[in-house]
Every structure is written in C-alpha cells, then in structure tokens.
Design a protein around this ligand. Structure first.
Ligand SMILES: O=C([C@H](O)CO)[C@H](O)[C@H](O)COP(=O)(O)O
Length: 210
C-alpha cells in the first residue's frame, strides 16, 4: 500500500517546501487539479526536478482530448495522469493510447459515476487497469465518504490497481487501510492539519505498518 499526497490549494513555492518536509513520508506526489490550474504543467516539471526519486501523479481529470492532454502531463514528467470515468469511452481509449506510447499510466476517477458496477466492468473490458475511487470536496460537505464505493469497487474489479480519495485523515485512515486499496490518497487531511509533517508521518507509518 502507498500514500499519495494530494497537493491542491497551494502555490508552487509552498508546495515544494511542504514536499521537502514530508518527502520521507510520501510515496506519490499528486499535483492536484487546482494546483495545475494555478501553476500550469510547470508544477509537474518542478516536482520532477526537486523529487526525482518520487512517483508523480498529475490530477488532470481529463474529460476530452484524451491523448493530447495525457501527453501534456507525461511530457512534463508525470508517471500518472487521471481521466474521469463518466466521460466518453473514446476519451479514455485515447488516454490509454498515450500511456502505451509514453509507457506511463492513467487512473480513471469514479467521481459522480452512476452504476459503478457496469461502468467498472466496461472500463476493465477496455483494458483500464487503474481505478481511483473518489468522493470530491464539494460532495464531502454533505458528509459523503468514499468508503462504501471503495468496498463496492474492490468487490467488482477483477484486475485493477485501486486508489481511494475523499476527505481521508489521521482519524479515518484505519478504516481505509482495512479495505486494502493499493493507494490511499490524502489531501487536506495532511495539508490542513495542525502539523502536516506529523499527519503525513502518522498516516505513512500506518500504511507501511511501522
Ligand atoms: O481530487 C481532489 C479534489 O477533486 C480537488 O481537486 C483531491 O485531491 C482529493 O479529493 C484528495 O483531497 P482530500 O479530499 O482533501 O483528501
């Protein structure tokens, strides 16, 4: 199991400083969607330069122009990009084509996906092998969590690596670890914690059973 730190509402300077402080307690740095909107793909480039030993995910949340937008992330240095599960199959297929060319990977994000059972089956038939179970920050304000959907996707997915995101923090991490996803994504649970380093260390040690 790995810890992915989602860097969302930070500028480049603060994100790199935080990255350096938590570097020993993070497996994957996520350049979050708002972070990319703020700083552009240079944020990916800078993280690749400062953290050459780390995996980097660009949370592009692609909904169209799948090949071109995946390429932008991969050429900037990302190991992974993301595409939205509810978009057109053609877009997802185009992302997969870019992955093949660049020898990189795409996570398909389930945010707001109805009929998860049938959608996950369709995705896996298209050779999708990475699924990110996600309840977004706006839905989180209604008290929603990704725990039930994580259990559902774990049950139905045959071959996918599964990550999970949506308001996970030091208090709730144990429930997610118990479901054994391959990757747990934590954003505000670390970046907005009283001690981001302390929160990252606690969560990382639980994930790696130290
Ligand atoms: O993907 C995300 C969200 O849509 C904002 O871009 C977050 O990175 C993801 O939800 C993880 O952040 P937290 O929910 O704050 O842990």
């Amino acid at each position: 199991m790995k810890l992915q730190l989602a860097l969302d509402d930070l500028n480049l300077f603060d994100a790199i400083n935080l990255g350096q402080e938590v570097r020993d307690y993070v497996d994957i740095f996520e350049i979050g969607t708002p972070f990319i909107l703020k700083e552009g793909t240079d944020a990916i480039r800078e993280f690749r330069k400062y953290f050459p030993e780390k995996e980097i995910l660009a949370d592009t949340k692609i909904v169209d122009a799948g090949k071109y937008e995946s390429q932008l992330a991969f050429e900037a240095g990302a190991d992974y990009c993301t595409v939205i599960a509810i978009t057109d199959d053609l877009t997802i297929a185009a992302c997969l084509e870019a992955c093949k060319e660049y020898e990189k990977h795409v996570f398909v994000d389930t945010i707001n996906t109805p009929n998860l059972d049938t959608r996950v089956a369709t995705l896996e038939n298209m050779n999708v092998d990475r699924i990110s179970v996600h309840v977004g920050v706006d839905e989180q304000t209604l008290g929603r969590t990704p725990l039930d959907e994580l259990r559902q996707v774990k049950r139905i997915a045959n071959c996918s690596t599964i990550s999970v995101a949506g308001g996970i923090d030091v208090e709730t991490i144990d429930k997610y670890i118990a479901e054994e996803p391959e990757i747990v994504i934590v954003g505000s649970g670390i970046t907005n914690a009283a001690s981001p380093v302390g929160a990252a260390k606690t969560i990382f040690n639980k994930i790696h059973k130290k």
